[in-house]
Design a protein around this ligand. Structure first.
Ligand SMILES: [Zn+2]
Length: 392
């Protein structure tokens, strides 16, 4: 099996370095019916790495299998940790790029939380575009416009001081084409800055975080590969920084005027270094899956219950990787009320509210995102529960 050509630079790619079990094609869809959740379509997972630019992508990804709609429930906006992060990020970007009174377009705005933060931080107007946006859930009275649709089909011109795009590029397979489309849609290049956030694949590889590899993410970026991609698409990279407990990369760029001139910045690793990290991930993958299987089996054998905390993509990917042992997980908890009483794609676990745990009395709570460990610990204490808490 070969991986074809790299979607970022066009170089021929070698065989995938990791082939995983088939996974639900959509891990944030709300499913009100357990049978529909269990029968949810699955897609193939095979990660390839480009030796020329370092892009990692699922070379078995089929965009035809994906649907994004208003039923897509990706928001982490019910978490105080997440709210604090986006609040500070919005204020920082508004200050550093003088966006007070300016116009911001957010491509892939999700449920709109970030654009709301930008409005509160002082932008003059904002346009959010996303197939899943639900204006009825967004506070009124802010200078914001919502387009339920896709870029560029439903918003061909980008006339703005900043183009924000967070947690969206990794859902795109033709990444170079997408950035080139943004470049050509920008009507006033001297005026516009790009502010992106993507997951950092380097941490996924180093921590063998198999739960961070799932079907919706067709593309995986490191500081080096994302820097090279932006330059190749005609942008000067101003900064790349790690954020959110080193889980993500913030990328700041401007359209290059008169050709691409900037050199790599120090945070960018070279593709060979990334290839070594990918090889370590491939070698360590099975042992990491076995570690969590053993933990859950041990709790079950001792008569205890295990629940996972986090009903989003990480939870779906984690349960899928456990295979038959996912039946030993007694429940899934999520603080997002729109997820509660819905069913997880793949294994069909029903999503519980935190208060439901007082009946379940778990012995082990596995936290799907370590960034939320403190707030989850506090919530368990409030409920009078004292399970062992372990984060992925
Ligand atoms: Zn490449």
């Amino acid at each position: 099996m070969t991986a074809g050509t790299c979607p970022a630079c066009g170089a021929a790619a070698p065989e995938p370095f990791h082939v995983g079990e088939p996974v639900p094609v959509n891990s944030c869809l709300l499913l009100g019916d357990r049978d529909a959740a269990v029968d949810f379509p699955k897609g193939a997972l095979a990660l390839a790495l480009c030796p020329a630019c370092g892009l990692i992508w699922n070379c078995r990804y089929d965009p035809e299998l994906m649907t994004y709609s208003q039923d897509y429930e990706e928001t982490q906006g019910f978490s105080p940790t997440f709210q604090a992060f986006i609040h500070h990020l919005a204020a920082d970007w508004v200050e550093r790029y003088s966006l007070g009174g300016g116009t911001v377009v957010e491509i892939g705005c999700g449920k709109g939380e970030f654009l709301v933060e930008l409005a509160r931080a002082g932008i003059g107007s904002g346009i959010g575009i996303d197939p899943g946006v639900q204006p009825a859930r967004i506070p009124a009275g802010l200078p914001l416009t919502w387009i339920q649709g896709l870029f560029p089909q439903d918003l061909p011109d980008l006339r703005a001081d900043a183009i924000v795009c967070r947690h969206t590029l990794e859902h795109i397979a033709p990444v170079r084409e997408f950035l080139a489309a943004i470049r050509s849609a920008i009507t006033e290049p001297e005026r516009t800055v790009l502010l992106f956030e993507v997951p950092d694949v380097r941490r996924v590889l180093d921590e063998v975080a198999f739960w961070d590899v799932y079907y919706e993410h067709s593309s995986y970026f490191s500081a080096g590969s994302v820097g090279r991609l932006f330059r190749a698409a005609g942008f000067d990279v101003l900064a790349i920084e790690r954020a959110y407990s080193d889980q993500t990369l913030l990328v700041e760029a401007r359209p290059a005027v008169g050709g691409v001139a900037t050199a790599a910045i120090p945070i960018e690793e070279d593709p060979a270094e990334l290839a070594e990290a990918a090889a370590r991930f491939a070698r360590g993958h099975q042992a990491m899956v076995d570690h969590w299987r053993d933990r859950i089996r041990t709790v079950h054998a001792g008569g205890g219950r295990t629940v996972i905390w986090g009903g989003g993509s990480k939870g779906v990917a984690f349960l899928a990787a456990l295979g038959a042992d996912s039946r030993l997980v007694d429940g899934v908890v999520d603080i997002n009320p729109f997820k509660q009483n819905q069913y997880m794609a793949g294994t069909g676990h029903r999503v519980l509210a935190p208060k439901d745990l007082t009946d379940a009395e778990p012995a082990l709570v596995i936290v799907m995102n370590g960034a939320y460990r403190t707030e989850i610990g506090a919530e368990l204490t409030d409920l009078g529960l004292t399970p062992t808490v372990e984060a992925l």
